[in-house]
Design a protein around this ligand. Structure first.
Ligand SMILES: Nc1ncnc2c1ncn2[C@@H]1O[C@H](COP(=O)(O)OP(=O)(O)OP(=O)(O)O)[C@@H](O)[C@H]1O
Length: 448
């Protein structure tokens, strides 16, 4: 049940007070209290009224004195002044002191008061809804609630995210596709002092080069042939909040220079415009490339690199997060069942082996897709190895270019064959001409 809307009427004329009390009590959701003096009202403020109506001429405290006391101590509570005087100067004075409304005592007062209370109820309802949605959103972005992981590598990232949320420093996130870069950026924003302001994400690689400048900085009407109206750019959209620039490593040199200037000057001019627009934007960038290498190769401006680097976060690929693969797989299965109202599903031991053996070039995104598909395909309470389907082999074309140690290559090869033969260790051992126990040991040590 909704809590009642508490109304205080402070009125020394008993007949008039009763009239207002009766009228406002017609709505059963209102709880109305009638106080005949200012002191009585102050003594009962612990009841936390949603609105107080004040008669301007009270016996003990003047209306404006009571108004200023209430305003000072309970600034959130709306105050409606009811007065016999129809003087504009008094009304203006009281409204300036913080009264929400000023009503003159006449035959219509009770109806005006009814409407004023009704409006406050609606505003109150909306305010509470906004508050509850805000706290839901906040809870949704609680680091540990959205970013799952137990490995030391990911825990280190959580620690850095915490630090990033507490300061307005720029953040640069590096990680392979699907490692959670956008999730990290959103979580930092939602846990920072800017969480009530916009979070705007732009994928630089997805926007054609010729549109990028106007997309980021906006344009004025007529700036170019197709500019039929003024357009606000992503920087302006994010003003006061956070701008997440994904795939920053793919930026062409001309836009790199413009971006650098905007970041240095903390203001921008829309394309074709003269007005200088001040910016207060927290920048989070992400890339799957090694930006330092790109600087070395002269593909990325060194000055821009240092300007955006801020706090660097290196998201490890899933295959380097040890037991997190299985931890995340179980989490995604539970989430899937909860979301679709399915009875709980478990991953069979062979399925866990199969999931553990795969390299996940698409990282967490790929694991999530695989596990959700497996949950859809499964018959009965257990997800079997046959329900788990990986993308066609041979996707990982970067095999030799990634410059791993010999041991890491060995593990990758064993992982590949375990995947190919559905975790059938004797068959993998036979194909690679190694002992079964070597492979069992690698599985046991979490290497494959
Ligand atoms: N640690 C995690 N816990 C739970 N979900 C995760 C985690 N990491 C990533 N995800 C989920 O994986 C998917 C991919 O994450 P996200 O889009 O943030 O990755 P990305 O690195 O930005 O990818 P890309 O580089 O391809 O844009 C999303 O559905 C995200 O919610």
């Amino acid at each position: 049940m909704e809590s009642p809307f508490i109304i205080f009427i402070v009125e020394d004329d008993p007949w008039y007070g009763q009239l207002l009390h009766y009228h406002l009590s017609l709505n059963p959701e209102n709880t109305v209290h009638l106080w005949t003096s200012g002191q009585e009202c102050l003594d009962n403020m612990h009841l936390l009224p949603d609105v107080v109506t004040i008669d301007f001429s009270l016996p003990d405290i003047s209306g404006d004195k009571l108004l200023s006391t209430l305003r000072l101590r309970w600034p959130e509570v709306p105050l409606i002044v009811i007065s016999a005087q129809d003087k504009i100067a008094t009304a203006v004075h009281l409204l300036k002191m913080g009264a929400s409304d000023y009503l003159v005592k006449d035959d219509n007062t009770k109806d005006f008061l009814w409407n004023a209370v009704q409006k406050l109820r609606e505003t109150n309802g909306l305010r509470q809804r906004v508050k509850s949605l805000e706290s839901q959103l906040q809870a949704k972005y609680d680091f540990s609630k959205i970013m799952k992981g137990n490995s030391p590598a990911i825990k280190r990232i959580f620690g850095l995210m915490e630090k990033a949320a507490q300061t307005p420093v720029n953040v640069s996130i590096t990680g392979e596709t699907g490692t959670g870069k956008e999730l990290v950026a959103k979580a930092i924003h939602m846990n920072s002092g800017r969480h009530r302001k916009p979070f705007v994400a732009v994928n630089m690689a997805a926007i054609p080069t010729e549109l990028l400048e106007s997309e980021l900085f906006g344009h004025e009407k007529g700036a170019f042939t197709s500019a039929v109206a003024r357009k606000i750019g992503k920087f302006e959209e994010a003003n006061g909040g956070t701008l997440f620039l994904d795939e920053i490593g793919d930026l062409n040199p001309a836009i790199q220079s413009k971006l650098l200037r905007v970041l240095q000057e903390r203001e921008l001019q829309r394309v074709g415009g003269n007005e200088r627009i001040k910016l207060d934007v927290r920048l989070i960038t992400a890339t799957h490339k090694n930006l330092a290498d790109e600087v070395q190769k002269s593909n990325f401006r060194e000055d821009l690199y240092y300007r955006i680097m801020g706090l660097p976060l290196l998201l490890p690929p899933l295959r380097e997060r040890g037991q997190d693969t299985l931890y995340l797989a179980k989490y995604f299965v539970d989430e899937f069942c909860r979301e679709y109202g399915k009875p709980a599903l478990v991953l069979a031991p062979d399925t866990l082996d199969k999931l553990r053996a795969y390299a996940y070039p698409g990282n967490v995104r790929e694991l999530k897709t695989i596990v959700e598909l497996a949950a859809v395909l499964s018959n009965g309470p257990e997800i079997s190895p046959a329900d788990v389907m990986f993308a066609p082999a041979g996707r990982d074309t970067s095999f030799l270019s990634s410059e791993k140690t010999l041991r890491a290559y060995t593990c990758a090869i064993v992982r590949h064959y375990l995947e190919k033969y559905d975790g059938n260790v004797p068959q993998v051992a036979q194909t690679l001409d190694v002992g079964k126990s070597t492979i069992y040991k690698m599985i046991q040590d979490g290497e494959v």
